[in-house]
Write a protein that binds this ligand. Structure first.
Ligand code: MN
Length: 433
């Protein structure tokens, strides 16, 4: 677990003035990573760090020769089009580069003259996925989501008996994961209404989003070597937002006995900026189980995990339909309410000897809170499509319609700590082909 250090100091300010404004997602205490280039150009993508309303172009910083020694070597890796090689270096490298960038971006830093020409306004950027995702695993860590969805699919048996013992997950599809701005066509597939005798083939009629936290693996583990719970977070580079698009009607027909397949693999969308776990240190919270619930098995229990395994990360989901001028909020929830922690996901995933690699992605599963209005999917908000939502202007929705845009945002915020924002993930559903 990360300890607080000088990079978290709330008193720090930056010579990039916009980073010092209240409400900024990217103050000097954040310093998230992305892969960027100037929009509309054929420049190569390269690593960048967000500061205020600008990105610090790490390839330009590398060319300017501002840093020396091993930090310069790590900077060169972080400046590559994909961050996998930097992620694979491990926590020592991530922390050292964060510290060097924090010092160079502070008010009064001697590096201001050299670095000010390495800034690009965020408004002029386009993004690529920050890493090549070799493997994608989707978990199911919100017990509130699992219970609500279970009650729709299996009214007599909503929460399966393994849920409180096993961090449930399935192996997802990495090839169709895109970065914010992704547009995709409504998928087609086999659909079968409960009262129909046979399935039919056609466009999905129950297209849904899932509000999830994306967990980016940094250093991996060797095949055959499990990751101990006490060391698990050393393998996590950072967090982002993930919209795990879901075709509910395809899912309902296909999911038994082996789990989701084509209902999930047509598209998933990630926010561009990866917030490091170190930046989130002020927002760690105790991991607690209700007293009536079983305690996790010993391999999923650790002192640091119990003391601060949770993350106090406020999540928000919004919709903008083609007729709306501005998005409207659908729900809010908090990653702190997750039933399983980051460390438990990493340890459980590797406990059988499965190897993780730098750049692998975990989805947290839909993050729904305990209250009905904190539901992170339309499936829950509309009770399986039975209770339509009425939007401002009078439109209604059960599931998404062509042209709808879904926006997800997240922020960590509390008195006495720096505001750590995640930016947003935004993507639009196009008509079926
Ligand atoms: Mn999911």
């Amino acid at each position: 677990m990360h300890q607080l250090n000088e990079t978290h100091d709330t008193a720090l300010t930056s010579w990039v003035e916009s980073a010092n404004q209240a409400g900024c997602d990217f103050p000097i205490q954040n310093l998230p990573f992305a892969s960027v280039r100037r929009a509309g150009t054929s420049e190569p993508f390269r690593g960048a760090v967000a500061i205020g309303d600008h990105a610090l172009d790490l390839a330009a910083v590398n060319a300017a020769g501002v840093f020396d020694g091993v930090v310069a070597e790590w900077l060169a890796l972080a400046a590559q089009p994909k961050l996998n090689a930097f992620m694979a270096q491990g926590q020592e490298a991530w922390s050292a580069l964060r510290l060097a960038l924090s010092r160079a971006l502070r008010t009064g830093a001697a590096e201001q003259a050299a670095l000010s020409s390495c800034l690009i306004p965020l408004a002029e950027l386009e993004y690529d996925l920050a890493m090549t995702i070799g493997d994608y695993t989707d978990f199911y860590t919100s017990i509130h989501h699992a219970t609500a969805v279970g009650s729709l699919f299996r009214p007599d048996n909503p929460l399966l008996p393994n849920y409180k013992w096993v961090p449930i997950g399935y192996h997802g599809r990495a090839s169709s994961i895109g970065v914010s701005g992704q547009q995709f066509h409504r998928p087609k597939g086999q659909l079968k209404a409960p009262d129909a005798a046979e399935p039919s083939f056609g466009p999905c009629k129950r297209l849904d989003y899932e509000l999830e936290v994306g967990i980016v693996i940094g250093q991996g583990n060797a095949l055959g070597e499990a990751i101990d719970i006490e060391a698990a977070e050393r393998h996590v580079f950072g967090l982002c937002l993930l919209n795990d698009w879901s075709a509910r009607d395809i899912q309902a027909w296909e999911y038994q006995p082996l789990g989701p397949f084509l209902s999930k693999s047509f598209a998933s969308t990630l926010s561009p900026w990866i917030v490091t776990l170190e930046a989130l240190a002020p927002y760690r919270a105790p991991f607690q189980r209700p007293e009536a619930d079983p305690q996790p098995l010993p391999y999923l229990t650790g002192a640091a995990n119990s003391a601060q395994g949770a993350v106090d990360m406020q999540l928000e989901c919004l919709i903008q339909t083609p007729t709306m001028d501005a998005p409207v909020r659908l729900s809010r929830s908090n990653f702190r309410d997750s039933y399983w922690t980051l460390g438990q996901m990493v340890t459980h995933h590797s406990v059988n000897g499965c190897n993780l690699n730098a750049g692998d992605l975990f989805g947290s599963g839909t993050q729904s809170g305990p209250a009905p209005e904190e539901a992170g999917s339309l499936l829950e908000l509309t009770r399986g499509g039975k209770q339509p939502l009425t939007l401002p202007g009078g439109e209604t929705r059960t599931f998404l319609e062509d042209g709808d845009t879904i926006i997800m945002r997240a922020v960590c915020e509390k008195p006495g700590a720096p505001r750590i924002g995640f930016g947003e993930v935004r993507s639009t559903l196009l008509p079926a082909r």
